[in-house]
Design a protein. Sequence first.
Length: 345
Amino acid sequence: MSVVLHVDLDALAANLAEIRRRVAPALHMLVVKDDAYGHGLEPVVQRAWTEGVKWFGAFDVRTGYIVRAALGPEARIFVWMVGSIDEVRDALDEDLDIGVGDVGLLEDIATARRPAAARVHLKIDTGLHRNGVRPEEWPAFVARAAQLEHDGAIEVVGVWSHIAEASEADDDDARDAFDAALSVARDAGLRPSMRHLAASAAAFDRPEFRYDAVRVGAFAYGIRPAGGPDETALGIRPIARLSASVIETDPVVRIDATSLHGLPSSLGGRVTLGSPSGPRRLIALDTTGGSIEGEGASLVGEEITVYGPSGDGAGSATTLAEAVGTIGEEIALRLSPLVPRVYSD
């Protein structure tokens, strides 16, 4: 295997422990969307479950179905991208918690009711404009939810939202809107036990944003924020190392990059990779391979680290991302699913 993503499940466990320590007493909902940020869904959720994680943010129903099959009936799985009445039925059949950001979805859930009340989390738009109920529509929305709860069709487990994490001032405004929405929900007779607003950055930095639970994904995988504190300051470490083998040394040293075509070609000339003999500059990256240069000789078959916690000159996924003006999550997610994932613990 010339291109491999090595995933360290012990590093995942250490990150999960640090997250729990940092956000306590709030619960940690581990976000596992997009195949656990490209790290492989089933091995990640199975290890997280072993480490004591009980809540999983699956994004869509298909992912929720896979998590349920992997972990069994006791796991709590939250999905918030539900696009049709058929997906509503599937979510209810799999006993998933559903994030509800519009009245149409709320009515679909009531229509598809099962013997047990559907567990829902009502979403208020706090300014990000990502699939939430506008504040002016919120009073009527929660009143309808309260009626459906009284009728036994739903159980309002939570109220939640997304924030931009663009500036402290914007996030403070979002939190004020969230608190106002909670007050309106209480006035309507709702008593949600799970209020959740923060993702990775706000969960670590701002205790007042933690409420009852936090949805942390990127930090669990050791992906730090672009332009933010490094992994050491956060107490996390990357759990994945992407390696590629040298396939040619004459006239230039080239690595097998045929499976790296999802990574930005603009990385060429901007980043260093790691090797046993030290850092090597990536000269170019294209659909057939990558050209590198550096001190010392390379041999065909030598393993080059593209990103990861290698200590041999390579940076993290976020290091690569910063070089081309994006975020570490994008680098992780752009890696082809055809690249083998190899797990260690």
